[in-house]
Design a binder for this molecule. Sequence first.
Ligand code: ADP
Ligand code: MG
Length: 245
Amino acid sequence: MAGKLLELKDVSKAFGAHKVLDRISFGVSAGEIVGLLGPNGSGKSTALNVISGFLPSDGGEIRLQGDNITNVSAQRITGHGLVRTFQLPSMPHRMTVREVLQAGASGNASLASMLKPFRFDDELDELLESFRLTHVADLPASALSGGQKKLLSVATALRSKPKLLCLDEPTAGVHPNLRSDMVTILKRYRDKGVAILVVEHDMLFIRELCSRCVVLDRGEIIADCAPRELEDNARVVEAYLGKAV
Ligand code: ADP
Ligand code: MG
């Protein structure tokens, strides 16, 4: 896996006796979009939490651009260029949508107020526009709907110019029309060299966006292939595609 932007080797995580990740290995190359799939409870969010330093792993090694980031703090990992969003984003109180975007992924309120005088920020206005948040830009971020919070968290993550963006179910709760907009936006960032690891259930979104999919089931990776190959994989159909998840 030499030369990968992100490399996981034999990464494990258990909660008590429950082995959620059992020596999983995969990689993400620069400029690649990889889907992380699997039934509910298969460990997708746990994998993102371990990769981004929000949970310690029990074993194995994680490298970002060759640097060992295993069990390094989330803050330092962000400094290495890995930015993530959460399945259920929480928004800071007393900050408007625009201020959250201004502060970037750090959610740093004092930074936002420092930046406040720079009202004419093309990239910020462009992000608000692309994610259809312009009309709510001056509302408190905590007042947004679940879908709008998702959009704002993805926009905020992009704003901090990540090398690797990890997204946890970015389209859950988002209107279907906006999902295709998100595909277009994410591809634009991929074309600028951003790598993306995305947990997602919407197969249309996956097929349009991802060049590869890693499928988790009961602690193991049961497939690592192109999206179009998933339907021909009996284990994937049995564990995931053929079931309501
Ligand atoms: P997914 O994102 O694929 O739906 P998760 O990674 O959230 O799955 O969870 C995988 C399993 O680990 C689930 O059985 C869940 O209950 C368990 N789990 C996740 N986080 C914790 C935790 N902090 N403590 C105990 N069990 C957890
Ligand atoms: Mg999850």
